[in-house]
Design a protein around this ligand. Structure first.
Ligand code: NAD
Length: 489
């Protein structure tokens, strides 16, 4: 080979390398501590036990975090109660609002850092944490900051009353976003907070604690702790906690409901889902295919309102499935910090095992599995984007929340059959409708029992829109004016 030719190849390879490393998010300036203590009464407080939080994309330990015991929960609740009685409940609403505005602006200044940490801890693509998670967190803080001195207009009551100490428990799929949905309205309404992150994703909540400390928010108004289900149960049963806001699985939601049944605690439950995404033959097929992809492969399908049950009209079934298969093969699966990644790592080994078990049940029960032809990284927790056809309504994959990048395809002939199948679930969180006919969308929408119904789009969120479920997807609403009502007595 001539030297000219070989140096041309070398240059091409170098360019390729440059391009590849350019697409990796720079983590040099991300500040993460080797250990995070509990954030109680405005101070970092040591606990007796610590556990590791790992990066699910490579199984490496990121940091150690404190495990909050019953005594720690008690300290956090007492600090929140003291702050409520001595400072927060009597603070003029406008002043409360200023603090929330300040927190929103400070998160905005550190948006990139938050996005990178969320991707590291959750396994979600950096593209999504940058364009969805963190901007939506910020917009919730801004939105509720604006409501703080206008509560009387939200509830048509000249003297709206706060509740007191609220206990908040969040899951691992959108850690900071679920925390923002809870903390911002609670503070705007004059309550103080004890919030617990999920076992596998504590880091962005502790980053938020750093901001809260820096913002000068009075000590004890927000207490942030980490731990497991036992820690959560200590918050739930604590007598000084007057309201529980929980987001997580339906099973745990039921446990919490029983635990507060003979108390006067207020409760909101945001639980699981098995949303129908209904595609009629008159829909724009290409738009619908994009919507189906967004509905199920966004955040690896680890989304409570994921469009996990595709209901496609029989006449267009083959076309839609062919296009979906092509599209699945174009999804980039891999390093969450690669800006081109569409599908990142599954959050934990336990979740991956749960997904794989349900995939096996699908094939065992007679459905046909189609998986992306992508190659998965060797280390970490990964699942190929996939879809199931030939699914019967009785199959587990048609009924249970898979919470992974796995789509179940069912068909229907008439709009009434679509409605019947969409409602044939114990859940009622969300749904999607794809059609060219507005009147058809409205008619179908009215008959579907789901808290959020999107038309010709999917997974769109606004802080002004309420979100929540029917049936076993929970009760109460987060977001919008409805979200304010949940934090007033
Ligand atoms: P999970 O129910 O296992 O855990 C959620 C949280 O509850 C965690 O912080 C956990 O430590 C805590 N917890 C566990 N046992 C508890 C107990 N006995 N008392 C108090 N707290 C306890 O759920 P997960 O696996 O973290 O999250 C996935 C689930 O969350 C899915 O079912 C998903 O649909 C649901 N989810 C719902 C929404 C929504 O808005 N409806 C949003 C996101 C996720």
């Amino acid at each position: 080979m001539s030297t000219e030719k070989s140096s041309a190849i070398k240059k091409k390879n170098q360019n390729y390398k440059l391009k590849y490393s350019d697409s990796l998010e720079d983590t040099k300036h991300i500040k993460l501590l080797p250990q995070y203590d509990l954030f109680i009464n405005g101070k970092w407080t040591k606990s007796k036990k610590y556990f590791n939080t790992i990066n699910p994309a490579n199984e490496e330990i990121i940091s150690k975090v404190a495990y909050a015991s019953e005594t720690d929960v008690d300290a956090a609740v007492n600090s929140a109660e003291k702050a409520y009685n001595n400072v927060w409940k009597n603070m003029p609403a406008k002043e409360r609002g200023k603090y929330i505005f300040r927190i929103a602006r400070m998160i905005q200044e550190k948006a990139r850092e938050f996005a990178v940490i969320e991707s590291l801890d959750c396994g979600k693509p950096i593209n999504e944490s940058k364009s969805f998670d963190i901007p939506t967190v910020i917009s919730h803080f801004f939105y509720y900051a604006g409501w703080a001195d206008k509560l009387e207009y939200a509830v048509h009551n000249k003297d709206p009353k706060s509740i007191g100490v609220v206990g908040q428990i969040v899951p691992w799929n959108f850690p900071l976003l679920m925390a923002a949905w809870k903390i911002a309205p609670a503070l705007a309404c004059g309550n103080t907070v004890v919030i617990k992150s999920a076992e596998t994703t504590p880091l962005t909540l502790y980053k938020l604690a750093e901001i809260i400390q820096e913002s000068g928010l009075p000590q004890g108004v927000v207490n942030i702790i980490s731990g497991d289900g036992f820690t959560g149960s200590c918050i739930v049963k604590h007598p000084k906690v007057k309201k529980i806001a929980f987001t997580g699985s339906t099973d745990v939601g039921k446990i919490i409901m029983k635990a507060v049944a003979d108390t006067d605690k207020k409760l909101t439950l945001e639980l699981g889902g098995k949303a129908a995404n209904i595609v009629f033959e008159d829909a724009s097929i290409d738009d619908a295919v994009e919507g189906i992809v967004k509905g199920i492969y966004f955040n690896q399908g680890e989304v409570c309102c994921a469009g996990s049950r595709l209901l496609v009209q029989e006449s267009i079934r083959d076309t839609v499935i062919k296009k979906l298969k092509d599209r699945i093969n174009k999804l980039v699966v891999g390093n969450p910090l690669n800006k081109n990644t569409d599908v990142g790592a599954i959050n934990s080994k336990a979740q991956l095992n749960k997904i794989n078990e349900l995939i096996k049940s699908g094939t065992r029960e007679g459905s046909t599995l189609y998986e992306s032809k992508c190659t998965l990284p060797g280390k970490g927790y990964w699942c190929k984007p996939s879809l199931f056809t030939n699914v019967a309504a009785s199959h587990r994959i048609a009924n249970e929340e898979i919470f992974g990048p796995v789509l179940t395809v069912l068909t229907f002939r008439t709009p009434s059959e679509a409605v019947e199948k969409a409602n044939n679930t114990c859940y009622g969180l969300s749904a999607g409708i794809w059609t060219d006919k507005g009147s058809k969308a409205l008619k179908v929408m009215k008959k579907i029992k789901a808290g959020v119904i999107w038309t010709n789009t999917f997974n769109k969120f606004s802080p002004a829109s309420p979100f929540g479920g029917y049936k076993e997807s929970g009760f109460g609403r987060e977001g919008g004016i409805q979200g304010i009502k949940e934090y007033l007595s």
